[in-house]
Design a protein around this ligand. Structure first.
Ligand SMILES: Cc1cc2nc3c(=O)[nH]c(=O)nc-3n(C[C@H](O)[C@H](O)[C@H](O)COP(=O)(O)OP(=O)(O)OC[C@H]3O[C@@H](n4cnc5c(N)ncnc54)[C@H](O)[C@@H]3O)c2cc1C
Length: 546
């Protein structure tokens, strides 16, 4: 029997061609996903397509931080920082299980361009601008740092300070997927691997020419409004549709490296790198994520160069007291992408990179009934969803459920019921010994209300609680869920974005994992072997720089 996932996508691709939509959202990164989720919940007839997998470009490459942008205080961007702090607080309130406060433990080197007290004052200002929503900042002496985080080399420090922001506990791509799933639950017709090739208008609206990248078949999608949420590709998608805008993107490459866990504490170690920018050591499950770089580039297709790797490793080796310096051989995985940063289209080629802000702009062409989302951050996603649905409403699309809730974790009563049931059945006793947290907590965070039927599945068949892929924490019931409801087309969609297995398990361990074949069978049925071969083939080509 064919697994349900491919069937869901195929049905949706057929519907894309057969329906006239109010809104077609192009691009299923965070900005497209929130737009689709907000519009669908409010009652619009919405389609969402991505030419690759959802969150397969920038929204899988971030630092995983929901943060108010303390560093923008240096450029006195108080409004931006205020807005981002509010956005962060809103995420913290709405997603208590998946967006969590975390301390940023910041080292201060003697002779740095700003003194320690000045930076501490900045941290207090930041806390105040953030409405005192998080724990207060704290001054750190060298002795505090040596005692609390002995991995930090204090030789060149005169102390430091600590403040709070937040992080996405699972990862950015999984968080983005949550909005795609929620859009689907509200009737959105979404499909990954559908590429928009260009568009034209007639009296009835837009006709977008597209291609199903799985079958190669062309299709045409009709909609009254188009939202271009193609991130770093937004400019070229607009050009193909003949849409001119007052803004455009410039791109900056950012690279992170994943290594074994460096410190047992759940906090972000923060340094000022050799280039003077903030540099992070971020917890990621049983691993640590280090980065990032910031390099102007012309094209969104980027790779990690030897120079990027050297920058990250040298900066970290200089600042930590490690048994031996980290080298290329310690790198389990890499995260890389480009930040799409918004500038005025009329501004010419000269761009002041230091001054470039990370705000978003939603440019509306009311005559064409067309929106483009420029720039932005994951942190600001709820505002983007709301602004897009407001603008679409202004263009005359009826939103009958204007006040409908469209984001956030399920109501407390669902949560209480879930944890009550989990306790009754002794779920946590089934937690794998190597797991980083209790099973009940993990399932709730990843699936919310969708975790309730998983309990039922485990009660009926305890094998559903077995870990399938060694060294990952994924259970059989989670793979069942992914196969049915998470539109997994390629093995990479599951290993890299629905889960973060590819980022935390050594590639060779994954290749050897007995459970990988079984996982692929659950996801792809008879196509399992072909999908595994495709995955390792593409990974090999990537490693070879193809
Ligand atoms: C290194 C780095 C670190 C970052 N750290 C943070 C952080 O810690 N916190 C934070 O809040 N933000 C962070 N950001 C910023 C954040 O990741 C981005 O702002 C956000 O992910 C952009 O989302 P997006 O939806 O606009 O673009 P994307 O995620 O790139 O989505 C665009 C989508 O459009 C699709 N597409 C393109 N062309 C077409 C087409 N023709 N047809 C159909 N689909 C198409 C692509 O396949 C892609 O999936 C970071 C970014 C980088 C690069």
């Amino acid at each position: 029997m064919e697994p349900a996932g491919p069937a869901l996508r195929r049905t949706n691709v057929e519907r894309l061609a057969a329906t006239r939509f109010d809104v077609l959202v192009l691009g299923g990164g965070i900005n497209g996903a929130v737009s689709a989720a907000a519009l669908a919940a409010r009652g619009a007839r919405v389609a969402l397509v991505d030419r690759g997998d959802f969150a397969g470009v920038t929204s899988q490459a971030s630092s995983n931080l929901a943060w108010g942008g303390i560093k923008y205080l240096e450029g006195l961007e108080l409004r931006l920082v205020h807005g981002l702090c509010r956005a962060r607080n809103r995420l913290l309130r709405a997603y208590p299980a998946s967006v969590q406060e975390i301390r940023f433990y910041t080292s201060h080197e003697r002779g740095f361009r700003h003194g320690r007290w000045k930076l501490l004052a900045g941290a207090w200002l930041y806390w105040l601008i953030g409405h005192g929503f998080t724990r207060r900042p704290r001054l750190l002496s060298v002795a505090d740092i040596s005692r609390e985080e002995p991995i930090i080399d204090t030789a060149h420090l005169d102390g430091g300070f600590e403040y709070s922001d937040a992080y996405f506990h699972d990862n950015d791509a999984r968080f983005t997927w949550g909005f795609v799933r929620s859009a689907l639950d509200h009737g959105c017709i979404a499909a990954n691997y559908v590429e928009a090739l260009g568009a034209s208008r007639d009296d009835e609206g837009w006709l977008t020419r597209a291609r199903d990248a799985v079958t190669g078949s062309p299709l045409a999608i009709r909609s009254r409004v188009v939202v271009n949420a193609c991130g770093p590709y937004a400019d070229e998608v607009n050009a193909a549709a003949g849409v001119r805008t007052a803004h455009r993107h410039v791109l900056s490459k950012g690279v992170h490296l994943l290594v074994d866990r460096l410190t047992p504490h759940r906090r972000v170690l923060t340094f000022f790198a050799d280039d003077g920018r903030l540099f992070f050591v971020i917890p990621m499950g049983a691993r640590t994520c280090i980065g990032t770089t910031d390099t102007p580039v012309d094209r969104p297709e980027v790779r990690v160069t030897a120079e990027d790797r050297r920058f990250v490793l040298e900066n970290i080796n200089k600042r930590l007291r490690l048994p031996r310096p980290l080298s290329d051989a310690d790198v389990i995985a890499e995260r890389y992408g480009v930040r799409p940063l918004v500038v005025d289209a009329a501004g010419g080629a000269a761009v002041d990179w230091v001054q470039l802000s990370r705000r978003h702009v939603i440019e509306v062409d009311a005559g064409l009934r067309h929106l483009t989302i420029f720039g932005g951050k994951l942190t600001d996603c709820l505002n983007v969803g709301e602004e897009v649905s407001r603008e679409v409403g202004r263009l005359g699309v009826a939103l009958p459920y204007e006040d409908a809730p469209w984001y956030g974790e399920p109501h407390a009563s669902v949560r209480e019921d879930y944890f009550h049931q989990a306790r009754l059945m002794g779920l946590d006793a089934m937690t794998a010994p190597s797991a980083s947290e209790r099973l009940s907590t993990r399932l709730w965070r990843r699936y919310g209300a969708g975790a309730v039927p998983m309990l039922d599945a485990i009660r009926s068949d305890p094998r559903m609680a077995e870990v399938i892929i060694e060294t990952s924490e994924y259970l059989r019931c989670e793979l069942d869920e992914a196969a049915r409801r998470e539109m997994v087309v390629k093995l990479e969609d599951f290993l890299r974005r629905r889960s973060k297995i590819e980022q935390v398990v050594w590639h060779e361990d994954l290749r050897r994992a007995e459970g990988l074949r079984e996982a692929a069978r659950i996801l792809f049925g008879d196509e399992a072997d072909a999908k595994i071969a495709e995955y390792f083939g593409e990974q090999g080509a990537r490693a070879a720089g193809a």
